[in-house]
Design a protein around this ligand. Sequence first.
Ligand SMILES: [Zn+2]
Length: 317
Amino acid sequence: MPIASSDRPRRIPTGAAVLSALLSTALSAALAGCGTTPQQPAPPPGQAPAAPPAGQGGARPERADRQELDARAAAAQREAAQQQAAQTAHRWGLAAVPLTAPPPPATKPPLGEGPGVRHQAGLLPVVYRVPTDAKVVFLTVDDGAEKDPEFSRMAGELGIPLTAFLSDYLARSDYGYFRALHQQGAAIDNHTLTHPDLRKLDRAGQEKEICGQQDRLEKEIGTRPRLFRPPYGEYTDTSLQVAAACGITAVALWNEEAFPDHMEWRYADQRLHPGDIVLTHFRGPGSWKGTMPDMLRRVLDTATAQGFAVARLEDYL
Ligand SMILES: [Zn+2]
């Protein structure tokens, strides 16, 4: 059912709208219950209700007045934020407001060998699923062919954290696009200079591809990547040694892959799992069935429906 974007967000039957209505009711009840004079005259149109002057109201201590005002301001702020989130989600065609990721862990999870992590002694950890119980997944976007401004606008307005693994041969036609993405919070990481199958290269060749892209990204973006993704997910022990030597601390692979029109699942349960890394690509309608915003919509609606928030990979790895 299409709803004009000028409609009041309270008409949109989202969880946020329901929550904000509940909050309003709870707040009114709390205020009525703590002795505010409900007979106060209504303020003139366009003005906020006046706070009761300090010291009036008989035995009510000033501190209680202050607490009540603070609670009221906080509730109003929450409600405004929820309304805005509902409007933004609606504008981008999402089925619901994306869930907010929990605060990042105080310390990053250890990456010992286990489900979702391959870690041989002395080599970099290779991660498909970050060890965590939090209902979070991570969105990683590869290569860098399509530079769609609508995609970066959508991710920015919705506050969705992204990690881009860039290959120079595709990204270099416009590093400005990725600099802007980085400035709005995306991490920019290493996916080699020319996207080779690293298994076919000797050590010197791998150094050129991996360390060359470290230098290139540091120059173009302003920060040296910490994460590396080998093209096709293929690598050797040499790749891991070379990557570590030029500043990489972990290799990120993936479990699920997102497209505009479907998800590809690694496991038969066809579900997201806590800590899953989701792969997708900077691609346009010429190479898959839809746009990058269509892809992001599919990822977010899938995650929200399964109770997951998209979190920042660099907070965990
Ligand atoms: Zn790639």
